[in-house]
Design a binder for this molecule. Structure first.
Ligand code: AMP
Ligand code: ZN
Length: 471
């Protein structure tokens, strides 16, 4: 499989350290609010990546953190803890907020067929691990204590800006949010590993540490959780493009300084979901959730298809019109599939060729729109319905669009509708037969019975009257 690696800035053949197990890490949500559909675009594409690797024959162990402490209002470690902000907003405790929005996140993922990673670890459960890494960094001279906080010293690195081809806008995240400079820092990009001092003294969750009572920085959480479950090396680290700087840059800085060797080989970044006013973000106040889409009558699968129709390394513009187009595409696809008749006549050679096209799409830097084209091509192919259905079942292991289930549901719905619409007509024929029998016109009564039989309807004469059923 060829994947674009943000570290090398080019597409590279994916070769895991251990061919038997791909170790994958994903930055999880900060659980202070609902995930918006932009966040979920990232999780959908990461889900497709994981499922593609499995489809291609790899075993994957995937770990994800839940940020329930330490992610401050600005990604540059200033401002109030987002969790505390959420708790104040809703008049609840931080842990209540964390539980509520963690559950909400996984409920959204379920609706979008996003598989839960094998390991999901809240940051508050790994404080000892984070402290051990911070101690190691101080010992090795990569970190210093100033004004009560522990900082990573970025001047100790030869190359701190590992993803240096990012947009100016991405690189400026740290300073953009207009919060004042932290004067304890030796260098502008030094970042906090452990906080004991902050302007916000009501920080709810705090722990003992060698530097006083405090809490971890956001970046150390991902390094610590990854190392705890995946060890000293990692094959793929995934996240949204806005996390490349400073979050992932800082993860690399601290992990490699602590370990003394390269940590992660491939960095997979999903580009943004934008609205007409730019990146969809929670700080802007208004954002779209899966529940809101559902309230407006949208099937979450249509949103998943909308995401799969475009490449993960392109910004995707959300508009209701674009989503409506995806709805139509999804409905047409499902309607087409619902007309296929299952059978045993699978043409294995044709099926293999269809799969090859699908695999080629995935192997080309996860080209999901081409993978969707493979579905259309399979439907158009001159082959048996059984072959087409086998191909779609196979592809949907990765696409997870519920294609067969939705087609079956549509068939059932259409059958019910047909039954409902023919019911009164059948009732009328049954009544006409009863009248014919009463008038001793047995020939007419038999004719009606035969006509109904030909339409798959059986007539049953009971002491309570004549009934009918479909056979
Ligand atoms: P958060 O819960 O804010 O930590 O973000 C969760 C994930 O969503 C991270 O991987 C972000 O990079 C990603 N993300 C944030 N905004 C967007 C967006 N508009 N489009 C796509 N991904 C996003
Ligand atoms: Zn992270």
């Amino acid at each position: 499989m060829y994947l674009y690696n943000s570290l090398s800035h080019k597409k590279e053949l994916f070769v895991p350290n251990n061919p038997d197990l791909v170790k994958m890490y994903t930055c999880g949500p900060t659980v202070y609010h609902y995930a918006h559909i932009g966040n979920l675009r990232t999780y959908i594409m990461e889900d497709v990546l994981e499922k593609s690797l499995r489809y291609l024959g790899y075993n994957v162990l995937r770990v994800m953190n839940i940020t329930d402490v330490g992610h401050l209002a600005s990604d540059a470690d200033t401002g109030e803890d987002k969790m505390l902000k959420g708790a104040k907003r809703e008049n609840k405790s931080v842990m209540e907020i964390a539980q509520y929005y963690t559950d909400a996140f996984f409920a959204d993922c379920k609706k979008l067929n996003i598989k839960t990673p094998e390991v999901v670890q809240p940051a508050t459960g790994c404080i000892a691990e984070f402290i051990a890494i911070v101690e190691g960094l101080i010992e090795k001279g990569f970190a210093y204590v100033a004004g009560g906080n522990v900082y990573f010293d970025t001047s100790k690195l030869e190359n701190y800006y590992v993803f240096n081809d990012h947009d100016e806008e991405d690189l400026a995240v740290g300073v953009r949010e207009g919060v004042e400079e932290d004067t304890n820092k030796k260098n502008r990009n030094d970042f906090v590993l452990w906080f004991t001092k902050s302007k916000f003294e009501d920080q709810a969750l705090k722990w003992e540490s060698p530097w006083g009572i405090g809490y971890p920085g956001w970046h150390i959480e991902c390094s610590g959780i990854s190392m705890k479950y995946l060890g000293e090396d990692l094959d793929i680290h995934a996240g949204g493009i806005d996390n490349a700087f400073p979050h992932h840059t800082n993860e690399i800085a601290q992990s490699e300084s602590y370990l003394g060797h390269k940590w992660c080989n491939y960095w997979f970044h999903v580009h943004h979901l934008n609205t007409d006013t730019g990146k969809m973000s929670k700080s802007k106040g208004e954002f779209l959730t899966v529940s809101l889409l559902e309230q407006k009558g949208y099937d979450p699968m249509a949103y998943r298809l909308f995401c799969l129709q475009s490449h993960y390394r392109r910004n995707l513009v959300f508009s209701w019109e674009n989503l409506d187009n995806a709805v139509v595409a999804y409905q047409k696809l499902v309607a087409k599939i619902s007309t296929l008749q299952n059978g045993n006549d699978i043409d294995e050679a044709v099926l293999a060729a269809m799969k090859e096209r699908f695999v080629t799409a995935l192997n080309g830097d996860l080209n999901t729109s081409l993978a969707i084209t493979a579905v259309y091509d399979a439907l158009k192919a001159k082959t048996s319905d059984a072959t087409k259905l086998a191909a779609i079942a196979d592809f949907d292991q990765v696409l997870s669009l519920n294609l067969l289930e939705a087609a079956e549901a549509l068939r059932k719905k259409e059958a019910e509708e047909a039954a409902a619409s023919t019911g009164p007509e059948v009732d009328a024929l049954v009544a006409a037969r009863t009248a014919a029998k009463k008038a001793k016109d047995f020939a007419e009564a038999d004719r009606i019975r035969d006509e109904l039989k030909a339409r798959g309807i059986e007539i049953i004469d009971t002491p309570q009257g004549t009934k009918w059923r479909r056979v």
